[in-house]
Design a protein around this ligand. Structure first.
Ligand code: PEP
Ligand code: MN
Length: 262
């Protein structure tokens, strides 16, 4: 992952989109996959607003075992149906090494969540595929540890790693996490890998998401991943940090305009 071994920036191809290329990557969709038709409606809307990739969790790493855990394979089927309907590439989280083949058979980007950033068995398992991997930073992990986790994937032979800053734990409680935008230029100094930002989990409140999405692009991020739902207050998870379709449309426009300037 070190720039010392690879001076030029690397890019990651996902279907016809290049992450780290000329256009900013915009990944959008619900926190959790809910219904098939609802997901397809969201996919159509975010595509019309300029997203290239659709996100949606089918296996959810919930803090409480009593919270909704995701639709599992059924959710993966809905994601694949949304790709079929729109052509959007699919990003979804994987939590267990034993499920790599299953999840990889439905999605285009395997998301490693913050809680699994140092699940080394999982990192090695996705490293043995040729799928793009969105590697989120653990909320209590240093940049050094994060890059070492990228190394675990790459050492198994998979170079298609996209890093994603999603906020870290600090003493501050007004926001869910503290979005560490310092990480963007630091990673770009240390590594050739593309780095994206997740302002939704970074701030935890919808009202701050667009501002921090713009700040992410200004800091040099290759793009953003955000949670979007037609009725955030009814979302099955993370509704409070989820943008409406209208707010997302405006955010996507601003992100593109700002990226032109950087
Ligand atoms: C998510 O993307 O919905 C998620 C659980 O993210 P993180 O792993 O960053 O908390
Ligand atoms: Mn979420």
């Amino acid at each position: 992952a070190s720039r010392a071994f690879h001076p030029d920036n690397t890019t990651v191809q996902v279907l016809d989109h290049v992450v780290g290329g000329e256009t900013p990557t915009i990944i959008a969709g619900p926190c959790s996959v809910e219904s098939r038709d609802g997901l397809i409606d969201i996919a159509r809307a975010v595509k019309a607003s300029g997203a290239q990739l659709l996100r949606g969790g089918a296996f959810k790493p919930r803090s409480s075992p009593y919270s909704f855990q995701g639709l599992g394979e059924e959710g993966l089927k809905y994601l694949a149906a949304a790709r079929e309907a729109t052509g959007l590439g699919i990003v979804s989280e994987i939590m267990e090494p034993g499920l790599v083949d299953l999840v990889a058979s439905y999605v285009d980007v395997l998301q490693i969540g913050a809680r699994n950033m140092q699940n080394f068995a999982l990192l090695k398992a996705v490293g043995r595929t040729n799928k793009a991997v969105l590697l989120k930073r653990g909320f209590s992990n240093t940049i050094e540890e994060w890059l070492m986790s990228a190394e675990y994937i790459m050492a198994e032979g998979n170079p298609n790693v996209i890093l994603c800053e999603r906020g870290i734990r600090t003493f501050e409680t007004y926001t869910r996490n503290t979005l560490d935008l310092n990480a963007v230029p630091v990673v770009q100094h240390l590594s050739h890998l593309p780095v994206m930002v997740d302002p939704s989990h970074g701030v935890g409140h919808a009202r701050y998401v667009s501002t921090m999405a713009r700040a992410s692009i200004a800091a040099g991020a290759a793009g953003v991943i955000v949670e979007v739902h037609p009725k955030p207050e009814e979302a099955w998870s993370d509704g409070s940090q989820t943008l409406t379709l209208e707010a997302f449309d405006q955010m996507a426009r601003q992100v593109r305009q700002l990226h032109e300037l950087t």
